[in-house]
Design a protein around this ligand. Structure first.
Ligand code: SF4
Length: 263
């Protein structure tokens, strides 16, 4: 965790704009690190990939979820300004239905959401506390209020960008080499990465966006370089200028379908 360093970066800014950190995690260590996150004023939002638990043995998945919900309850009391997204980004995947149903039941239980039969007994102030179910999901309504600034965010599975010939452990230079034989899928396109945001992996590597979980676009390391140095490096500048000109200059971005959402 590099929260202290990032808090310092935020405090040192002279333009008055604070860094806003969004943490995205599978939450498996939240029992250990939750108090540090709560204490960090730089953290604006925490995203929990609770859909990942569908792949785990049930007991392990249930324990992880319980730890995440315990953290959410602490946030509701101690940090009501903090946003939490409980992600279920596997809607429509039938093999995940049993987990998703269980997960929503636990959230409803933890935050006192009542089913339709009991809803009539709830007063009008409680109408936001109706049970959240999978059936409520539709492409135009993906986010459901749980409590305060805690939300369930449902979405369908997306495809991770991947350069043909590279692997999750490939370095940037290996990825660039692999591109030599790969035909880029998309050359035209844009993205807001490196303009409104960048991402920092768990080991401190700074990358352009959170889709790059294996560091294919490693721009620097937060322990070795300042964030300003990293974001003004030749590679970062080249990628950012490309986006401004509707050019996907990095091979990893050329394999990205997510950026097709941006015009
Ligand atoms: S184009 Fe895709 S892979 Fe590249 S920075 Fe944007 S979201 Fe990430």
């Amino acid at each position: 965790m590099y929260l202290k360093k990032l808090e310092q970066v935020s405090a040192n800014r002279t333009d008055g704009k604070k860094l806003q950190l969004n943490l995205t995690t599978n939450g498996t260590t939240i029992e250990r690190v939750g108090k540090s996150i709560l204490a960090s004023t730089a953290v604006r939002q925490v995203n929990f990939s609770t859909h990942a638990y569908a792949e785990l043995p049930f007991d392990e998945a249930a324990e992880n979820l319980q730890n995440v919900l315990d953290f959410c309850r602490m946030v509701a009391v101690a940090r009501p300004d903090m946003y939490i997204n409980l992600r279920l980004w596997n809607v429509g995947d039938e093999s995940s239905n049993a987990w998703n149903k269980y997960m929503l039941e636990q959230v409803n239980k933890a935050f006192g959401h009542v089913d339709n039969a009991d809803k009539n007994r709830a007063d009008s102030a409680d109408k936001n506390r109706a049970t959240i179910t999978l059936e409520h999901f539709c492409s135009r309504h993906k986010s459901f209020l749980v409590e305060g600034r805690i939300y369930i965010h449902q979405d369908s599975r997306f495809e991770w960008p991947e350069v043909s010939g590279s692997s999750p452990t490939s370095t940037t230079s290996q990825t660039l080499k692999a591109l030599g034989s790969a035909q880029p899928a998309y050359l035209k396109g844009t993205c807001r990465a490196l303009d409104t945001h960048c991402a920092i992996l768990h080991d401190g590597r700074v990358v352009a966006c959170c889709l790059d979980h294996s560091g294919q676009i490693t721009l620097g390391h937060i322990q070795e370089n300042s964030l300003a140095e990293i974001l003004t490096s030749p590679m970062a500048t080249n990628i950012r200028e490309g986006f401004a000109n509707h050019e996907l200059r990095h091979p990893f971005c050329q394999s990205c379908k997510f950026c097709k959402r941006f015009k």
